[in-house]
Design a protein around this ligand. Structure first.
Ligand code: SIN
Length: 512
């Protein structure tokens, strides 16, 4: 990606902070907390106006621990990733997991994780986990973690949380990042920082069906790419196998299958044993493709929750089903975009290839997930890397350099432009860069996306509207996905190239 050409003039007006965090999910909160613990003044900028604007709030299943056996969790992560996860990154995760959970979630935030009748912590299991090791609060864990975490950082004397504020551009000078220009003034507002931590979340809004909030537009990835940061593994987009198949889709946590729910096809038959030796608990990419194949062959797939105490044990999900008029034990499901395994390339402290720029959470590519993420490792990764990056990002003085001075000649651009282009972008991603891709489709997607980005760039030179920048960020991110998908002809994990010999969906079963 080349440097952005949106800056037509420069300015040095603005404000300064020690550490600037962009994003208010678990990774952003953790980075802010650990930087503040080191004595830094922290500004946490977020587009969000309410907690459920962050993907963390939508996380259901839980947060994995090692339960005293890091090696076992490591092996499960590597197996789920099709052998592609970076073992050193996985070590960083598993070696720090239990301390991070104990320190922040249990001792500091005092999260009320579910307990057994004996008063012990109740660990659940999800697909491709060999052990019951996931802490949870029914299946609404993200909400129960994020809300107290946000409150805690907001109350912290060294952290300012500024809501409803988007970062538009990174301020860069000779390979070093000096903060961002936010959308606080009509022409942008420079915020200079000793270090900048991007924690902007995922890319769900690039697809028409996603388990992410609506503002997951790849902002951090696009800004970092435009500033020249290394980006990796963008072809590995995880589709969750069980999102509600109907109006207003929502996630049906893998914890349901972990506790005994069964996928059935349109003929009422369980089918996962035909696809993988782990059956309903196979890795997520395998289950997602199997669900899609069975939907095509038999008309629909449902998640049969009759083996569970569904209403009692999963009240939040049960309520969503009732709200949508789902009756009985069989919930119609279809795959839906869920998580980006790639992103801004970072090391074990969240450092990007640009000086004083960090990335944590879903926008970062740590190497932990490789080509396919194991369930309930995303909150954990955000927590561990957030703490490590926030700690590392302290001790730098902010430098006031020339910042992009954005133009806002015509603030009254019809909102319809961004909305229409977004629909086109989503159609392109759905059609050509979904669960399965082939080289012709990827090439077609690239052509459409390049045209679209050209149109958006023409507008953005003279306008600072947030929805235009989100569209710019989405189109940059979509192009990065198309490029990565085009360059990788091998089917691995979430990247399934349909023209390959179809061996990777099905493991040999007892009948073979
Ligand atoms: C789920 O609850 O199924 C999602 C958990 C995850 O994505 O890690």
């Amino acid at each position: 990606m080349t440097e952005t050409d949106t800056s037509t003039a420069t300015t040095t007006d603005g404000e300064t902070t020690d550490v600037l965090v962009v994003g208010s999910g678990i990774a952003g909160c953790a980075a802010a907390l650990s930087a503040a613990r080191e004595g830094a003044e922290v500004l946490l900028l977020t587009k969000a106006t309410k907690p459920d604007d962050a993907s963390t709030d939508w996380a259901q299943g839980g947060i994995s621990t090692t339960r005293g056996d890091p090696e076992s969790l490591k092996q499960d992560i590597i197996a789920a990733s099709d052998g592609t996860a970076d073992p050193a990154a996985v070590d960083t995760l598993v070696d720090n997991a239990d301390d991070a959970v104990a320190d922040v979630l249990i001792d500091t935030l005092e999260i009320d994780f579910d307990e057994t009748p004996d008063g012990d912590l109740d660990y659940t299991r999800e697909a491709a986990h060999s052990e019951f090791r996931i802490l949870h609060v029914d299946a609404a864990t993200g909400t129960h973690i994020l809300r107290p975490f946000l409150q805690y950082v907001d109350d912290h004397e060294r952290i300012e949380v500024r809501q409803d504020t988007a970062a538009l551009e990174l301020i860069t000078n000779e390979g070093r990042v000096h903060g961002v220009v936010s959308d606080e003034e009509p022409t942008g507002h420079p915020i200079y920082a000793g270090a900048t931590v991007l924690a902007t979340g995922g890319i769900g809004t690039l697809y028409s069906r996603s388990t992410n909030p609506d503002d997951a537009t790849g902002d951090g990835i696009a800004m970092a790419a435009l500033a020249g940061a290394d980006i990796a593994d963008m072809e590995y987009i995880q589709f969750h196998p069980t999102a509600y198949d109907g109006e207003d889709p929502f996630l049906l946590s893998e914890a349901l299958r972990g506790e005994g729910a069964i996928l059935r096809n349109g003929d009422g038959e369980p089918f996962m044993d035909d696809y993988h030796s782990q059956g309903d608990l196979a890795p997520r990419d395998v289950v997602a493709r199997a669900v899609e194949a069975e939907r095509e062959a038999t008309g629909e797939v449902v998640l049969d929750v009759s083996p569970l105490e569904f209403e009692t044990d999963y009240p939040a999900i049960a309520e969503k089903c009732r709200d949508r008029g789902v009756e009985g034990d069989e919930i119609p499901v279809a795959p839906s975009e869920h998580f980006l395994c790639g992103g801004i390339d970072v090391d074990d402290r969240g450092r990007t290839s640009l000086d004083r720029l960090y990335a944590v959470g879903e926008c970062a590519r740590t190497g932990v997930h490789g080509a396919n993420r194991l369930a309930s490792t995303s909150l954990l990764e955000g927590l561990v890397w957030g703490l490590r990056a926030g700690d590392d990002a302290t001790g730098f003085d902010p430098d006031v350099v020339e910042a992009p001075d954005l133009l806002n000649r015509d603030p009254d651009l019809p909102a319809r432009f961004a909305a229409e282009k977004f629909t086109r972008l989503q159609q392109t991603m759905d059609e050509y860069l979904g669960l399965e891709r082939d080289s012709d489709e990827i090439a077609r997607a690239s052509a459409v996306l390049r045209r679209l980005k050209g149109e958006v760039d023409a507008y953005i030179r003279t306008r600072t509207a947030r929805d235009l920048y989100e569209l710019r960020n989405a189109s940059v991110t979509a192009l990065l996905i198309a490029r990565a998908a085009g360059e990788n002809t091998e089917s691995t994990g979430c990247h399934y190239v349909a023209t390959d010999v179809d061996e990777s969906t099905a493991e040999p079963t007892a009948d073979d």
